[in-house]
Design a protein around this ligand. Sequence first.
Ligand code: UD1
Length: 380
Amino acid sequence: MKIISIVGARPNFMKIAPFCHAISASPTSIEHLLVHTGQHYDDKMSEAFFTSLSIPAADINLGVGSGTHAEQVGRTMIAIERVLIEEQPDWVVVVGDVNATAACSITAKKLGIRVAHIEAGLRSRDMSMPEEINRLVTDRISDLLLTPDRLSSENLIREGVDPESIVFTGNIMIDTLESQRDKAAKLDLNEIIDQNKLAEENSTTALEDGGYAVITLHRPSNVDSPETLMPLVRFFLDEVATDMPLVWPVHPRTKKNLQTFGLWDELVAHDNMLLVEPLGYHDLLRLNMGAKLMFTDSGGLQEECCVLGTPCLTLRWNTERPITLRENGGASVLVGNDISKIRAEYHHTLSAQRTPLRPELWDGHAAERMVEALIEANTR
Ligand code: UD1
């Protein structure tokens, strides 16, 4: 069996790492090529994850880079088509919901190559999210749908997907978390800050476990307009930084916008606001383990907070990961970008305890089940 796996952007890397390792460990001989579309290309957004998670170097890099969605998807399709025609794999494996996922699944399917989707069945039902469009398109045409939880399998059944092609395998992100948490736990919080501080950041505030908050924001709905981003920054500076230090690993899209909207200098100058580069996997995991709370719009962090028990204010109005929500036993609560709602939940969360939750099959062995499912599907 010959498989080509695709990665494109940062959240793909922690999902593909255990899959690559499970393929190598499988007793069945599998020829595996890893293709990086190049959607994320900075060292801190990409290369650092390959090194720290021991992901084998990509066999092929398509170098598509930044651009509008159509530019990214179009360039990816043109480049991957050539690779697939040349390599003739039995399966293309795509992960998550980024532009690379949709672009490569469509291209493979039109060439008659079977597609397996890791993290199938997640639904936010928010069609203004590019990721939701990527999920719907990818799942609709996939031949093997590997789901992280039972709710996702049910979503697919409701949409009319053949139950034979759905396999509930568990959450592969948690494989990475489980295999890396001991290494992360040994890291020193203040060394992480020192090593990753932005050049212009000269705050000397020290962090203590349980005494700081972490912010990550990158969704266009939160960071692309000053009307939304400005009140968020005011809340962080005026109402949270007065209580505790905040660590903010700034995504490139967010940095650009904070600078354009004139918010950057005040953030840099504030002593309790620690601006750092996009962090490596272990550094962010360590910060999450010791955080009093998390403010995030990332899907992956909602899942990691769920397993670690970190109270998580999710700055979105919906989530494709309802299993992580407080009402389902998880640590996350949806607060959108309405400051009064964020404020109320922030105060509520200050007295909240860590409540780790381990959903079914989030057990560190999802990748092995995925490889088994592929081997089985290949015989059909
Ligand atoms: C993408 C994914 C999103 C994922 C996120 C994680 C899609 C539709 N979105 O969003 O699901 O949660 O990645 O980071 O695929 N940039 C750099 N260096 C890089 C990469 C990007 O400077 O290595 C800049 C580019 O100038 C670009 C901007 O960041 O304009 C946004 O990058 P892009 O890949 O378009 O989308 P993300 O917002 O990162």
